[in-house]
Design a protein around this ligand. Structure first.
Ligand SMILES: Nc1nc2c(ncn2[C@@H]2O[C@H](COP(=O)(O)OP(=O)(O)OP(=O)(O)O)[C@@H](O)[C@H]2O)c(=O)[nH]1
Ligand SMILES: [Mg+2]
Ligand SMILES: [Zn+2]
Length: 376
């Protein structure tokens, strides 16, 4: 270790004060970037513009730390490959892993971040800054909803893995995660794993068709038989991808099938109810030769939305845009307002009306209403 003792004048109280200041500025900066105006954000992400309907994503999750007065000088950069409650593991260009503690235990960096640090300082003081993020996937902390938890940063693809239940698909988590991915500038990919367990594909096909129509790539896969694994591998090749989904859907197994070098731990689902055992307990980034980076994450129980209010929510359901032009009220929430064209089309209340370029799937409209009501 290159740890160096703090200078003699650096009292413990002074160190703590400085650490608190860094943590505060990091937090404030993170908050500020989350509120970036949409028109200030970076353009040029082609692949899912159909889904986002040309909207610009929040690709500039900027985090400049140090505020006015720099406290720690960044002398080296590293990639965050793992994060725990109190710190992160950073891979340096020399490929050695180094553990750095967050200032004041405030988790400012996420897996996939590039951080600046001072290799000459001790692990508790060395973290200097988190470099600007080009994309991120975040949600409120399930236990402390006032805190934003970034699941992964600087990812190209967000691979949402779901598994069939009784030959059908529960889509609730899909709509929420899609909102979060669009908000963070992450291109969504939907993987229906465990297709070997299906006795018929009809219900699953019907459930996924609204998403394919939106332009989301959907892969029907089985990590057990290898079905659909080739096209998925081709899509994620050379990119940074985060795998998310409920526990037990087979995220880690899929990663192992795609790249055995990923060597993720897996475990059987509970025989009692078929649910997962939360086997993966921390996010981890694996770099493969050729530039592919895979991030496995712990199973999610529920997925809240960070800083999405009713106005923002409408915007993330891009298929509403065209019919919304015919709503009676300009600020229609597409809920119970009279003359709502979105509702009329979704519920088939206007069979003679000219169909818009993109129809609104009833299941997507129902999902929208569920999320809208959950926003309180
Ligand atoms: N039949 C079948 N079983 C699968 C498939 N993929 C994974 N499994 C099984 O599902 C169980 C759970 O797989 P994991 O890979 O641990 O699931 P996970 O999503 O990583 O779960 P967490 O780490 O808890 O979030 C294991 O017993 C796997 O063998 C599949 O395609 N078909
Ligand atoms: Mg796992
Ligand atoms: Zn409306």
């Amino acid at each position: 270790m290159n740890a160096r003792r703090p200078p003699a004048t650096d009292t413990a109280a002074g160190g703590r004060k400085r650490a608190r200041k860094v943590a505060r500025t990091m937090k404030q900066s993170l908050k500020k970037q989350g509120r970036q105006r949409v028109d200030e954000l970076e353009e040029g992400r082609d692949s899912f513009e159909k889904l986002s309907s040309g909207r610009l994503q929040n690709a500039a999750h900027r985090l400049e730390v140090g505020g006015g007065e720099p406290t720690v000088q960044a002398k080296a950069d590293g990639l965050v490959v793992a994060v725990s409650r109190k710190g992160c593991t950073v891979r340096t260009s020399g490929h050695d892993d180094r553990r750095l503690w967050f200032h004041n235990s405030v988790a400012t960096a996420a897996v996939g971040d590039t951080v600046g640090f001072d290799p000459d300082l001790g692990a508790d003081r060395a973290l200097a800054c988190v470099h600007p993020r080009r994309s991120f996937l975040s949600r409120p902390d399930p236990f402390e909803p006032a805190l934003e938890r970034v699941i992964a940063a600087n990812v190209d693809l967000g691979v949402l893995v779901v598994a069939p239940v009784d030959d059908g698909l529960r889509t609730g988590v899909i709509d929420r995660v899609l909102v979060a991915m669009q908000r963070g500038g992450v291109q969504p990919v939907l993987v229906v794993n465990k297709c070997d367990l299906l006795s018929g594909e009809a219900a699953v096909q019907a459930a996924i068709s609204p998403y394919s129509e939106l332009g989301v790539h959907v892969h029907l896969c089985s990590a057990a038989t290898g079905l659909g694994v080739g096209p998925l591998r081709a899509q994620v090749q050379d990119r940074t991808c985060v795998f998310v989904g409920h526990s037990g859907v087979g995220k880690s197994t899929l990663l192992n099938v795609l790249w055995p070098e990923a060597a993720q731990v897996t475990a059987e689902v509970r025989s009692r109810d078929g649910r997962g055992r939360h086997t993966t307990t921390a996010s981890r980034l694996v770099s493969l030769p050729g530039g592919t980076r895979l991030i496995d994450t712990p199973g999610i129980r529920s997925f809240g939305l960070w800083e999405v209010d009713a106005d923002a929510l409408r915007g993330w359901f891009s298929e509403f845009d065209t019919p919304a032009a015919n709503c009676r009220f300009r600020d229609c929430r597409h809920d119970a307002e009279p003359g709502c064209a979105v509702r009329a089309i979704a519920l088939g209340e206007q069979p003679d009306a000219p169909s818009p370029p993109r129809a609104v799937a009833p299941a997507r409209y129902a999902a929208y209403l569920r999320i809208l009501r959950s926003l309180g």
